[in-house]
Ligand binder design. Structure first.
Ligand code: WTA
Length: 652
């Protein structure tokens, strides 16, 4: 490790604008440092104080019980998350405040107030009960970005059912894998979803998936597109019909602090996605707190996060975090470039959005489309910008700052993971001077460190593995029904510390720079994928003998997937048409098995894969080959790339 050098090229520093700091929740770096120091030296006191901001049905007696690596937070407490997101606002003047401003891709707009959202959630909670769903049952949600998605999540939370949202872009195969693992009793879906001017047939996918999900008893179908679908008697129920019958009274179930709130499947280093399991109280607290401090949420804000509810960002920062704060959250159904590349700027202008949160990959595609599109719109309502999902290259950061933020808005580059539940490393916009490309400093109560392979902290400026030294309230509790995998994946590599799977460095100012994954997980266009998952999809094709999938840097997507494939004898033929056709067939096959987001960008056929004497595929070599034909984009610096290669070598 000692030979690993990293170079900090980014020297620009952007202090928070004084007008912003004056009104912010945290106004000075010193104020942040004081609160942070207290959160680390007296975590119980700090978290207890924060937990007072929630509505409890019964107070906890112990802040944390920590039997490494199993945590229980706010032990003995009882509360309900939907009560915290809805009832406590609907019982005040916020009853008629917009909770959700929704825009459909074709252009419809719906404004759902806190009062209405509470009624809808109570009704749907009663629908779920009438379908036999009880506390602890798993409910699958496979919906487009429509208000019913938030209603479904909150209704589950109201009765203590555990939701598991599957991204609407995943295939029938992926739905069936996840829903089988979760043993879902009910699936909530829609006839179809509007995407880039056409329709994604969600219900048809659920029908196909249900052949192999024996646990599913009922399928609730929201009418979204109005297309003709088949409703299976005895199993399928129309949402609108069931809602018309349902009572709008449903008291929030008092749930144990540690009651599981949701399972969200995420890619790991094996072919099988992990069911990351989150709790009620700890998750809610940290989603709410980070929303307040990181997005500096105020009563008058109109907040817009572009993530889909199929990802953790959609859970924490479209639905739960903003609603817990009584904020107005904008939800957009469709593609960011439909019907034109300025759709998001148009939404910002029309709804007077003040806080905007998106992914670097989206920003890079906006850069490519040119300044003309945003320049046509009045975006002076914006006061704060955020990014999440992957490292942002300084060029994209500067563009975001200038063209979207009018050099007036702080940018919060937020680092976190499905497993962490909430933002972990981030600037506080009124307090932290930012450096383009750095997530800056840890959030309250979070103790990250960059370590070498023995787990020793490395000096500033040196690359290493990112670990978290202390438990935090919104940490994952386990992998659903697989505690061994939970221990193996996160706690074995550096005993006593949580291993993030990311490479990072800390600079002289204590700022963190995330370099990317050191394991076989990749971030393609801000979506997390496991290379092993794509490999197993490829080898499930009858003509494939063996496959190795690695990532290479990509200017637009951050990382792209490169698949090295060995075909069974004679499968491809030798003329170039046959080879191209085979490549297309394999890409389509992966799209069917997982979803279009997992399609390899490059497929290379090879007679054999390079292996070590013990038979392990030499992935590092493949990564170098995959990257070699490309110029390394500015998304990851050359230094980062070599550090990562070195870190991975240590892992292999
Ligand atoms: C990456 C998304 C750099 C990182 C919330 C992490 C980031 C993975 C950032 C988790 C950031 C997320 N800067 N990298 N601001 N945010 N990542 O589970 O590699 O979909 O481990 O959660 O995304 O992806 P996930």
């Amino acid at each position: 490790m000692s030979e690993i050098h990293t170079f900090l090229k980014e020297a620009r520093l952007f202090p928070p604008p004084p007008e912003f700091s004056d009104k912010a929740h945290v106004r000075h770096l010193e104020e942040y440092r004081e609160m942070y120091a207290r959160s680390i030296s007296d975590p119980d006191g700090f978290w207890a104080e924060q937990a007072e901001t929630l509505t409890w049905q019964e107070k906890w007696h112990t802040v944390l019980e920590w039997k490494v690596p199993f945590a229980q937070w706010f032990v003995g407490g009882r509360l309900n998350l939907s009560e915290n997101c809805l009832d406590r606002h609907a019982s005040t003047w916020r009853k008629n405040k917009a909770a959700i401003i929704w825009e459909g891709e074709p252009g419809e707009i719906r404004v759902v107030t806190y009062g209405e959202l509470l009624r809808e959630v109570c009704k749907f909670a009663n629908v779920l009960k009438s379908l036999g769903v009880v506390k602890g049952d798993r409910v699958g949600i496979y919906l487009p970005m429509i208000p019913e998605a938030a209603v479904a999540m909150l209704a589950c939370a109201r009765i203590g059912a555990i939701h598991s949202v599957v991204f609407g872009g995943f295939s029938a195969e992926a739905v069936s894998d996840r829903m089988n693992d979760a043993e879902a009793k009910v699936i909530i879906t829609a006839d179809g979803a509007c995407r880039r001017g056409s329709i994604v047939h969600l219900k048809a996918n659920v029908d196909a998936a249900c052949h192999s999900i024996p646990s599913v008893e009922k399928v609730v179908v929201v009418r979204r597109t109005g297309e003709t679908i088949e409703m299976r008697g005895g199993r399928d129920v129309w949402y609108h019909e069931a809602m018309a019958q349902a009572s709008a009274t449903c008291p929030p179930e008092p749930l144990d602090s540690e009651h599981p709130l949701f399972i969200l499947y995420t890619s790991g280093t094996t072919g099988k996605p992990k069911g990351v399991q989150h709790s009620t109280a700890g998750y809610l607290l940290q989603a709410a707190m980070t929303s307040k401090y990181v997005f500096d949420l105020k009563e008058e804000d109109t907040y817009f996060c572009t993530a889909d509810i199929g990802w953790v960002t959609g859970h924490s920062y479209v639905v739960y975090g903003p609603l817990a704060n009584g904020a107005t959250t904008v939800m957009y159904e469709g593609a960011p470039n439909f019907p034109r590349p300025d759709r998001l700027w148009d939404i910002i202008e029309r709804h007077r959005v003040s806080v905007f949160y998106t992914a670097p990959t989206a920003i890079r595609s906006f850069v490519r489309q040119g300044d003309d599109w945003p320049n046509r719109h009045d975006m002076t309502s914006l006061r704060l910008l955020g990014t999440v999902g992957e490292p942002i290259n300084p060029e994209a950061w500067m563009w975001y700052h200038k063209v979207i933020g009018g050099e007036r808005c702080p940018i919060v580059d937020t680092w976190w993971q499905t497993e962490t539940g909430a933002i972990m490393i981030t600037p506080l916009p009124g307090a932290t001077p930012t450096k383009p490309g750095s997530g800056t400093l840890p959030f309250f109560g979070i103790l990250p460190e960059v370590v070498d392979k023995e787990g020793h902290k490395v000096p500033p400026g040196q690359g290493g593995f990112l670990v978290i030294r202390k438990p935090w309230p919104s940490m994952l509790r386990t992998v659903f029904r697989d505690p061994d995998r939970y221990v193996d994946q996160y706690w074995k590599r550096f005993p006593g510390s949580y291993f993030t799977g990311d490479g990072a460095r800390e600079d002289e100012d204590g700022y963190f720079w995330i370099m990317g994954r050191v394991d076989d997980v990749v971030n393609v266009a801000g979506h997390r994928l496991g290379t092993m998952e794509v490999e197993s999809a490829l080898v499930s094709h009858h003509r494939v003998a063996e496959a190795a999938v690695v990532a290479r840097p990509d200017e637009l997507k951050g990382q792209a997937l490169c698949a090295f494939v060995t075909l069974k004898a004679g499968a491809a033929g030798s003329d170039s048409f046959a080879i191209e056709a085979m490549k297309e067939e394999l890409k389509a096959h992966v799209a069917r098995e997982i979803g279009p987001i997992a399609k390899p960008d490059d497929i290379r056929f090879t007679d054999a894969l390079p292996k070590t004497r013990s038979g392990k595929i030499m992935r590092r070599l493949l990564r170098d080959i995959a990257a070699g034909s490309q110029t390394i984009g500015d998304t990851t610096t050359l230094e980062d790339f070599s550090v990562l290669a070195k870190l991975r070598e240590d892992e292999e």
